[in-house]
Design a protein around this ligand. Sequence first.
Ligand SMILES: *[C@@H]1O[C@H](CO)[C@@H](O)[C@H](O)[C@H]1NC(C)=O
Ligand SMILES: *[C@@H]1O[C@H](CO)[C@@H](O)[C@H](O)[C@H]1NC(C)=O
Length: 405
Amino acid sequence: MIVVPALLLIVLLGGKGAPRTEAYQVRKEISFNWIRDSKDVIRNQTAVLLRRDGYDADRLQVRTDDGYLLTVYRMLPKKSRLGVVLMHHGIRQSSDMWMYLGPKRSLAYQLYEAGYDVWFSNSRASPESDGHERLDRDSDHYWDFSFHEIGTEDLAAVIDYVLAATGRKTLHFVGYSEAGSAVLALLSELPGYNEKLSSVELMAPPAFMQYGQFAWIARMVQPIRALFPWSVYYTRDALPTQICTLFRNECCLLFGQMSDRGTDNGTRTERSPGSSSPAGRAGCFDLEDVSLKQLEHYRQIIASARFQQFDYGYAANLHRYKQKTPPDYCLWDVTARVALHYGNKDKTVDWRGVELLGRRLPKVSELQKILYKGYNHRDFYRNPKAQATVYANILKSIKRHASVQ
Ligand SMILES: *[C@@H]1O[C@H](CO)[C@@H](O)[C@H](O)[C@H]1NC(C)=O
Ligand SMILES: *[C@@H]1O[C@H](CO)[C@@H](O)[C@H](O)[C@H]1NC(C)=O
């Protein structure tokens, strides 16, 4: 029942759109930590790619209040005259996504060369993070999170850690896709963090998603979803996972067909030499590797047309929020300077939703809402043309607020 929307959302948030060979060929030879079996994950892939591109990094660990062990990287040697930049990845990714375009073109390297102290964070359960101090990867509680916790727990812990380590009062935040939802949740739930961010650069941020082309499916599932308590879905033995265990090949086939994995031949889905590559598994990943709650939260946002907290159902909402329906995130509390970068060909995060977000945020000037013609969801980190367009604008925008530090 939730399988179809879950599959769909995985595809949607992974980004749809016809492959552009030009962009794909940039990093032909290496594998990226797109969600895959935990045993295949290269836990220090960001450092490995940085090394390959001629840079170096410290790999550090940040513990969240609720016990997750997150991995954070800092580029070395630090050149911090212009301040600190923290970069955060999207859903089903880790910080290695920032190296996708390679030397010269990647935003991270441009920021570093321009003189910033560049950091990368990884959220809970993402491929490069280190798990939890008590919870096992197979436990239900380990996966009990959505972008809400990534914002209010993970980003909060990382921001405090980075500021303490650098002795700075503020930093610049750069986020792709889900990182946008997470930081907006943080800044509205814990408004004190607004003062810690001198600028917030968001690429394709999902907040108002009702304009996407598959919104009708998300709405269709709503009544079915409302019949059962949320716990029926998110546990390890939940229906979606069971169905995929039972119909493994069908699930793999579906993912292979629908997601970009397995369909871009000779690109980042390819394993690096020496890593075991189960050929039959190309294009497949386990639902066990993704938090269903994360996908369900997005489905609810699409269906409700509101940027709101997780809907646990009538009774649990009353208990948790003291109201029947989940509260909206208070975007008027987001007083940090936010810049929105979005594409008119993005089928996941439709441009109309981002413009609506821009109208709800108090500190977004017209200048800071930038629409990129022809850009789809993934172009923001994998289109070589982004260097001259998106990244040039982000550098300019960060520089404009650098004096604030
Ligand atoms: C990554 O980890 C592997 C295995 O632990 C280690 O051999 C390698 O030196 C690490 N690479 C970098 C760049 O840190
Ligand atoms: C995929 O790549 C492999 C090896 O790189 C090659 O042998 C094969 O023909 C390619 N398949 C397609 C459909 O391009």
